[in-house]
Design a protein around this ligand. Structure first.
Ligand SMILES: [Ca+2]
Ligand SMILES: [Ca+2]
Length: 241
């Protein structure tokens, strides 16, 4: 997760991985065999090991292309990490693990992404269709919350005040529910509900789309029906009508 890369080298313990519902990797110390791997439930409480890049060395691996923070932002993104590309953003739908609102912020950050912001009906509709068509789940965290002052709804990932909304009927309905939960209604779109921030939900991460590394197709970018052509220009885009 820290680099957005697929795991290639492995050192599984005997008969591991053994359970589809165990989605995190635990390392076990074995006196004879060294460090062995086990798939394990992600909610367990374990000790942990952190790592960071050594800033002092000049090894070629530390150049800007492969620097830690850029890995998920460029073409090194693992083909095994499925992203939805729409408009100027790419999205990752976290469907296999549920997290609290704050944990979801951390998980997106770990992938060098942000918890999602939704600023237009088009964006809300595209996410709705993607979630529906991929059966990704029925409840997701967005980065919308009023945790800052208890009153104002803000996209935490961008600090913008929330303008476009798509509240479900009778929502928001509770002053103690301070985070925005996206609800899939199969025939009725992606509706918003205020929910307690400590509830556990799936989540959607986003990042600016990296056009340079992609084979840009206008239909892909702006959805079928748009005839716009897009000319990449040093990372920025001119959209010709
Ligand atoms: Ca296991
Ligand atoms: Ca509510």
């Amino acid at each position: 997760m820290g680099k957005g890369e697929s795991v290639e080298y492995t050192n599984w313990a005997t008969n591991q991985p053994d359970n589809e519902n165990e989605r995190c990797l635990e390392v076990l110390r074995d006196k004879d065999k060294g460090l062995l791997w086990n798939d394990r439930d992600c909610n367990g409480m374990l000790n942990f090991i952190c790592e960071k890049e050594d800033q002092d060395t000049d090894s070629p691996e530390n150049d800007s292309v492969s620097s830690w923070a850029n890995v998920f932002d460029n073409s090194y993104v693992s083909p095994n990490v499925p992203l939805l590309h729409f408009g100027a953003k790419s999205y990752f739908v976290g469907r296999y693990f549920k997290a609290t609102f704050l944990e979801a912020i951390g998980i997106c950050k770990m992938m060098n992404m942000h918890l999602v912001t939704i600023t237009s009906e088009e964006e809300n509709t595209r996410l709705y269709k993607y979630i529906r068509d991929t059966n990704a789940g029925d409840g997701f965290w967005s980065s919308g919350s009023k945790l800052i002052d208890g009153k104002m709804w803000i996209w935490m990932s961008t600090s913008q005040i929330i303008e476009y909304t798509n509240w479900a009927p009778k929502q928001p309905d509770n002053n103690n529910e301070q985070c925005i939960h996206l609800i899939l209604r199969k025939d009725n779109g992606l509706l918003w509900n205020d929910l307690g921030c400590n509830d556990r939900l799936h989540y959607i991460c986003e990042k600016p789309r990296d056009f340079d590394s992609l084979d840009v197709n206008a239909k892909d970018v702006f959805g079928a029906g748009y005839g716009d052509s897009i000319i990449p220009c040093k990372g920025k885009f001119i959209i010709e009508k």
